[in-house]
Design a protein around this ligand. Structure first.
Ligand code: ZN
Length: 115
């Protein structure tokens, strides 16, 4: 088992990045709302942009949630264990995606089910 403190640092760094992205997206989304008053042509352009930003915003929020869960798991010493099969997650995978909750096998199963 690799050192959890390493992952914790990865997670905390990522968390900071995401919080920055979320904050700037929030500002952009707010700015876009003021487009509502403009004439129709502008509004169309603005709302497409806002839709994209909103999707990114939602994704970032989701990732932030997963990071917080992973940090909690480190505290509880359940970090790095697949939540489906309870096998340890490959450390190489955790380095790329430190907030992974599932091992590669289970992740693939879930993705297939979601399709
Ligand atoms: Zn698994």
């Amino acid at each position: 088992m690799a050192q959890n403190s390493e992952y914790k640092e990865l997670l905390l760094n990522r968390k900071k990045e995401i919080e920055k992205i979320i904050n700037s997206l929030k500002n952009e989304l707010k700015g876009v709302n003021s487009c509502d008053i403009k004439e129709d042509g502008d509004f169309a352009a603005c709302s497409t942009n806002s839709e994209n930003n909103y999707q990114i915003y939602k994704k970032q929020l989701q990732e932030l949630k997963e990071i917080e869960e992973a940090l909690l798991a480190i505290e509880k010493e359940t970090y790095g264990i697949c939540q489906m099969c309870e096998e340890p997650i490959d450390p190489e995978r955790l380095k790329i995606k430190p907030f992974a909750k599932y091992c590669i096998d289970c992740r693939e199963l879930i993705e297939k089910e979601n399709k």
